[in-house]
Design a protein around this ligand. Structure first.
Ligand code: UDP
Length: 328
């Protein structure tokens, strides 16, 4: 039986990965310090004898007894609101955290896959984004703590690959959505659905002409699994290339939720990327992977999840205090 460590296991992507790897017959160690993760996301695995949970901050030394086959490093805040709320932890988890896990991989002879991001391209001047593009990142802007930590993550990962011959994989993950996303993390999809469910106006930042391309979580998880098992050690974009403006997206959410919400506009946050769409030719060619789920299908399932949350959760607006920091 393969033994796999998944960091950020109580988070959105981490918890879906735990599910996938348990289904694939692995013994899974889920690690999380619960700073943005939620134990509710992994409650269903608690009775599974092949799953164990460790409450630990991976920016501190990580100790695992016995053998280890795979490491997936998915611990990190992932929303612009979180970066502002916990900037130092955001930096540490992708820098010290990645370094610790690479050391662990080296020690155990394990293969490690790190979760990088489309944010390494910053506010991109090349569209759609190809892996060869170096990016347009402001290191001292509000997203700098995340973007630069993830860029460092890639650099240190490649260094362990070439210098220590550790088997490494780098996934550049684009906007992903699905059940178990945190309702109040400030990201656009939970923000819009939460607003619709509470009967509030949908808040578009800027004029809404900025674009994103949303990938359903099951598709992403398949891509991650294939990348891990492949023999390709250079960065690979994983995302859905179906691009949409934020205004069109708000209209889709209003239709989906069958509400009659109005749209209001707020200032565009500093360095908010104007366009984002992955070029996934590399993933298609190397992994024989491409996303299968349409936004229509994915959004329906996601909406059902958000509708199932309690009124208490729905009304907890944790991000409000931080709005003033992100607008110009
Ligand atoms: N956005 C918005 N209203 C919100 C939250 C976000 O218009 O309530 C916009 C945001 O400015 C960005 C896009 O939606 O252009 C996606 O934002 P998100 O925070 O989900 O992630 P990003 O892709 O920017 O990291």
């Amino acid at each position: 039986m393969k033994k796999t460590l998944i960091t950020g296991a109580a988070g959105f992507l981490g918890s879906h990965l735990v599910n996938k790897f348990l289904k694939e017959g692995h013994h899974v160690i889920g690690m999380d310090n619960l700073i943005t993760g939620n134990l509710k996301n992994i409650e269903e695995f608690r009775t599974n004898k092949n799953f164990e949970f460790r409450n630990h901050d991976v920016s501190k030394f990580v100790k695992i007894d016995g053998n280890l086959d795979y490491i997936l490093h998915f611990a990190s805040p992932a929303s612009p609101i979180d970066y502002l709320k916990i900037p130092i932890q955001t930096l540490k988890v992708s820098s010290y955290g990645t370094h610790n896990l690479l050391g662990l991989a080296k020690d155990k002879g394990a293969r490690i896959l790190v979760a990088s991001t489309s944010e390494v391209y910053g506010d991109p001047l090349v569209h759609p984004q190809v892996e060869e593009y170096y990016g347009n990142v402001n290191p001292v802007g509000p997203r700098g703590v995340y973007d630069e930590a993830k860029r460092y993550m890639e650099a240190v990962t490649m260094a362990y690959n070439s210098f220590h011959k550790v088997e490494t994989r780098i996934a550049r993950i684009f906007n992903t959505y699905g059940p178990k996303m945190r309702l109040n993390d400030g990201r656009v999809l939970p923000a819009f659905i939460g607003q619709a469910l509470r009967g509030e106006d949908l808040t578009i930042f800027g004029d809404g002409s900025q674009t994103r391309s949303f990938c359903y979580v099951d598709d992403l998880v398949d891509g991650i699994f294939k990348l891990l098992l492949s023999d390709y050690d250079q960065p690979v974009n994983l995302g859905n290339p179906c691009e949409i403006t934020i205004t069109e997206f708000a209209e889709e959410i209003i239709k989906l939720t069958e509400t009659d919400q109005k749209i209001t506009h707020k200032d565009l946050p500093l360095n908010d990327p104007k366009q984002r769409k992955p070029d996934v030719s590399k993933a298609k060619k190397i992994l024989n992977w491409e996303p299968k789920t349409s936004r229509d299908e994915g959004l329906k399932v996601t909406y059902e999840y958000f509708k199932s949350l309690s009124k208490e959760e729905l009304n907890k607006k944790e991000h409000n205090d931080f709005e003033k920091y992100i607008t110009r």
